[in-house]
Design a protein around this ligand. Structure first.
Ligand SMILES: Cc1cc2nc3c(=O)[nH]c(=O)nc-3n(C[C@H](O)[C@H](O)[C@H](O)COP(=O)(O)OP(=O)(O)OC[C@H]3O[C@@H](n4cnc5c(N)ncnc54)[C@H](O)[C@@H]3O)c2cc1C
Length: 486
């Protein structure tokens, strides 16, 4: 079928893009792989256990419910959940989007091709955890997974939990753990206190302009004080201990480049560790569309959130990590522009103001909490880097040196790092950083790095579905309205 404006991703950015495109007069189709709207930020409790208490662990829950309900009840909007966009391309008929409906292990699956001339990509980000000796033990979670379990299931990942990494996201995770019954033993932030103070307190007028966000942060700090959760800035978890599961961690002071300082180690007992070292944009579809990335490897957009590809807009964490408010502002602008709305139109003014305010806030997060170059100093030779294929640090180093590998591709093919079930979504950027020391080709880093984000098959697909791709006579495995066969 064709869609006037097609939005991929129903998180804060995609929901706002769909609403704005509708306001600007377009018919809209909104797709998301998840079984509920809201993305990573707003998570409904499962229908079987819904008790109306979602607002207690969420910001702006009422606003989300209004947004969701207005889209779902609008006959000009079609919302498809469980819709996995697995491929994207362009030809003379416009943009071609291949979707598979239904879960990879479910019985009801249908394939569909959608065509559009106006696409908004709002696919968000993955959360990133750096490898640490012991991080493969049961009881280690990414901070995002812990947050998702707390918000979406009311489950705490442990009884005594250490939250470690870098960035303000550690604070809501600590709060959500506290609210679901865990005791947070400490929040361990790698940024050093002086550096954090300089980054956060400079240009206070900018901070004041984003006062909603500053108040939210203040709320988290208050929650930590109330629950007496220690905040150890300038420290990192450098080892996780346990025989069969997490029993304790060692934390150490880090220098400005995140190198552990010998003699500062301390051990803390715990039964779970949540690691969060920032976010990596979910770029597969943007790369498949041919969108240019900027030097920080986010999707490059102009004032209208238009990418370098005509008809393709991008919003939210894809264009930079700035949180849900920025994602919503960018989504509104992208959806409005994708529907042909004028950028200087009055209804768009608040979103444009919010975007410029929140972009300053996002830059501050990166300055304060960006990953330090010397974090690999806490790795040991036997530390697993690629968890899916169980490739350790020594193997990566040996192969890179032994084969004089100047590129990521040869390292991946030889070691299988990044070729497992997650296709490098967890370890890709880490493998790149570890390889960077061995790269000999001038400019090699830049051309190679895109390789870890390029995944032509963007979502799990059955072999039979892939085999049928391109066969005009292929029949989908269940009927769905208005399908065009690939
Ligand atoms: C695990 C995790 C938990 C987080 N929790 C919080 C939190 O509690 N508080 C907070 O302030 N920030 C949180 N964040 C950061 C948060 O993602 C952003 O601030 C905000 O949600 C960004 O909005 P977005 O619309 O850009 O992306 P998202 O909210 O991530 O939405 C992107 C949507 O795109 C969909 N999608 C992606 N690829 C495809 C595809 N191929 N086909 C179909 N659909 C697709 C995803 O299913 C998702 O619903 C979290 C991030 C992660 C990764």
């Amino acid at each position: 079928m064709t869609a006037e404006v097609l939005v991929i991703g129903a998180g804060p950015a995609g929901l706002c893009a769909a609403a704005a495109a509708r306001e600007a007069g377009a018919e809209v189709r909104l797709l998301d792989a998840a079984d509920a709207t809201g993305g990573q930020y707003w998570r409904d409790l499962p229908v079987s256990r819904s008790d109306g208490s979602e607002s207690s662990l969420h910001h702006d829950w009422a606003h989300y419910v209004r947004l969701r309900d207005s889209l779902e009840s609008d006959p000009g909007v079609r919302v498809d959940l469980g819709a996995h966009v697995w491929a994207l391309g362009r030809d003379d008929r416009g943009i071609r989007v291949d979707v598979v409906h239904g879960q990879a292990d479910g019985t009801e699956r249908a394939t569909e091709r959608i065509r559009t001339r106006s696409l908004v990509l709002a696919t968000g980000a993955y959360d990133r955890a750096l490898p640490i000796p012991g991080w493969t033990l049961p009881g280690v979670f990414t901070a995002g997974a812990a947050q998702a379990l707390a918000k979406g299931e009311r489950v705490a990942v442990g009884k005594r939990v250490i939250v470690a990494g870098a960035g303000p996201f550690l604070l809501p995770v600590s709060q959500a753990l506290g609210q679901t019954g865990a005791r947070v033993v400490a929040v361990v932030e790698a940024g050093r206190p002086g550096h954090l103070a300089r980054a956060w307190l400079r240009r206070p007028s900018e901070l004041l302009a984003a006062r909603g966000k500053a108040a939210e942060l203040g709320g988290y700090v208050w929650d930590m004080l109330r629950r007496r959760v220690p905040y150890r800035a300038g420290h990192g978890v450098v080892e996780i201990h346990g025989r069969h599961e997490v029993e304790a961690v060692t934390i150490a002071r880090l220098d400005a480049r995140w190198r552990p300082i010998a003699g500062t180690e301390r051990r803390f007992d715990c039964d779970a560790v949540c690691l969060g070292h920032g976010f990596t944009p979910r770029l597969e579809l943007a790369i498949a569309a041919g969108c240019r990335l900027d030097e920080r490897r986010f999707v490059e957009v102009d004032d209208a959130q238009l990418t370098t590809v005509p008809g393709v807009y991008a919003a939210g964490e894809l264009t930079g990590i700035g949180g849900a408010d920025l994602a919503q502002a960018e989504g509104r602008i992208a959806g409005w522009a994708a529907a042909g709305g004028a950028l200087d139109a009055d209804p768009l003014a608040p979103a444009r103001r919010a975007r410029s305010r929140m972009r300053g806030f996002a830059a501050r997060i990166e300055d304060a909490h960006g990953i330090g170059a010397d974090w690999p100093r806490w790795l040991r030779d036997d530390t697993v880097v690629c968890r899916c294929e169980e490739v350790d640090r020594a193997t990566l180093r040996r192969v890179a040196a032994g084969t004089d590998a100047s590129g990521l591709r040869s390292l991946k093919l030889t070691t299988r790092a990044g070729l497992g079930a997650c296709q490098g979504r967890v370890c890709g950027r880490t493998v790149e950083q570890l390889l960077a020391a061995h790269l000999t080709t001038p400019g090699g880093t830049r051309s190679e790095v895109v390789g870890t984000d390029r995944r032509p098959v963007a979502a799990p697909l059955r072999l039979g579905e892939l085999a049928r791709y391109g066969e005009p006579s292929a029949t989908p495995s269940c009927s769905a309205p208005q399908k065009e066969q690939p």
